[in-house]
Structure formats: structure tokens, C-alpha cells
Design a protein around this ligand. Sequence first.
Ligand code: HEM
Length: 223
Amino acid sequence: MPAEPLDAVEVKRHTLDVRIAHWIVALCFILLGLSGLALFYPPFFFLTALFGGGETARLLHPWLGIVLVAGYLWLFVRFVSASVPAPEDMTWMLRLGDAMSGREENLPEIGKFNPGQKLYFWGMAILILVLLASGIIIWNAYFATATSIPTQRIGLLVHSIAAILAILGFIVHVHMVTWEPGTLRAMVRGSVTGGWGWKHHRKWLRGVVAGKRAKPGTSAPAE
Ligand code: HEM
């Protein structure tokens, strides 16, 4: 008799507002990266063609940054409680080799976000703050006379270093998401399979199930 495929159990992971904010941030980040690299390094100047030329790229870049800050602020508020370090995080970090090679049976049970995700959340929060502050210093259209030229030079250096770190973090983030099957749908459809939750975030899954049992007939909160 042929085996009948069973429907996988679906568990809500990210609410719609979080997903919208996340994808606005992601889109702005990519556009900021492309326009920023074009302005930063002459061999990449050809990228300004994507924005209709050098002038428009320069005009759009800071405004895209403002939209990203607003989107990340939303994500920050929604994710901050799940990103506070937990006692089991240190053990997880010390066994990073097991985490990276898929031996998750050797790891402690993890809440909504693992320590790597928490690091990305806090790291990006700090880098975005630095990018915003240094970006305002070098936003000549509005603040050219607000600070001295040496301050603006330091602002430009700080802005470039923070941007490079953020791009490296972004590459790791996207790599981890695509490397772990079933993760991308968390931010696209807002749900994951029960198996995914059990494998990667068992403490979080136990909390979701306990929440459903406490309030039968209601759907457990996603955050
Ligand atoms: C194309 C680019 C991106 C993809 C495919 C992507 C994908 C995802 C996915 C699938 C999750 C959910 C992970 C889970 O539920 O366990 C997530 C979470 C998150 N994303 Fe992204 N993302 C992208 C860009 C960005 C950017 C640019 C930022 C910030 C500047 C960002 C910030 C976050 C944060 C803070 C979280 C929660 C913590 C974490 O999972 O690391 N993402 N992303």
C-alpha cells in the first residue's frame, strides 16, 4: 500500500506586521548597499545607473536610510523581548561546532531565537544607529554647515566601516536562512512546520503549545 503523505503541522512564527517591516528593511538594505557602494568606490559607480544616475543615487541614499531606520525600529520593538540573552545561550555558543554541523541533539533547548540570531539582531541595531548618526553628519544637503570638515571626514570613515560590517552581517544572515531548509517560509508565509520548531527552537515550540493548551480554541501568539 503506498504511504499517504501527512499534512505537516504548521506553527505560526511571524505576524504580518513583522513580515512587512522585515521585507521593507531588507529591500532598503539592498538598495542602500548598491547605492552606497556606487558612491563609495569609483569602480562601482556604474551601479548608479540602477537609480537613474549619480545625482539621484546620492539623493535617494539617505532617504532609503531613514525608511530602513523606521522599519528596523518596528522590528526592534517586536523582537527585543525574544532577543534578550538566556542562561542556555552560553552553552549553545560553546557548542557552536555542533550547531554548525547539525548535531542539534547536543545543544540545549532554544527559545524563539538562537544566540547567533540574537547577535545579529543586536549587532544590526548598533550598526544602524552608528550609520544613522554618521549619515546625518555627512548629509550635506541639510547638515553641511552643522559640523566641521574634520568631523565630517571622521563621519565618512565611521559610516563606511559600519556599512562594511553590516554588509558582512547581512551576507551571513542570508546564508544561514537559505542554509537551513524551512526557515525562509517563516518570514514569507509567517509559519514553520512543527518539525522545524522541534529541531531548532524546541523551548519556543513548547511555549507555543503550552499557550494553545492554556487557551483552547485560540491561536497562540506568534511573538
Ligand atoms: C534578502 C534578504 C533577507 C532574507 C532572505 C531574510 C530572511 C529572514 C528570515 C527567513 C528570518 C526568520 C528567521 C526565523 O524565524 O528564525 C529573518 C529574521 C530576521 N531578519 Fe532577515 N532577511 C533578509 C534581510 C534582512 C536585513 C537586511 C535585516 C536587517 C538589516 C534583517 C533582519 C532580521 C532580523 C533582526 C531577524 C530576526 C533575528 C534573526 O532571525 O536573525 N534581515 N530574516
